[in-house]
Design a protein. Structure first.
Length: 113
């Protein structure tokens, strides 16, 4: 396998990992719907399959993340610049958008589509 093929495979796996975390967070959001909490804990949606860190998001923040299938919420420092760009960041989370190649997987696996 060439270095180019390995890199493409790595990016593909990162995108699949992020899609899986997004799916879990959608289930968490369903469970927490209707509760009168100011913030809900969600899993970091980074590409590291072993990541277990959480992010506290307000309902409107979570809705913003889910407004576009290319957007994901990650713990600051968990961004992967070769597969995503940082759109916004604060002390709790970074909002990232997938690059075009990884965006294909993000769109295909979007539970809201």
């Amino acid at each position: 396998m060439s270095a180019r093929d390995r890199e493409a495979q790595r990016k593909h796996q990162i995108a699949r990992n992020e899609a899986l975390f997004r799916e879990v967070n959608e289930r968490l959001e369903d469970v927490s719907a209707g509760r009168s909490t100011e913030m809900t804990e969600f899993l970091c949606e980074c590409g590291d399959a072993d990541c277990t860190e959480t992010i506290a998001l307000r309902d409107e923040e979570y809705d913003r993340v889910r407004s576009d299938p290319l957007l994901f919420a990650v713990v600051p420092g968990h961004e992967i610049p070769d597969v995503e760009e940082i759109l916004a960041s604060n002390e709790r989370f970074s909002l990232v958008r997938k690059h075009a190649g990884e965006g294909v997987i993000a769109r295909q696996t979007d539970p809201r589509s």
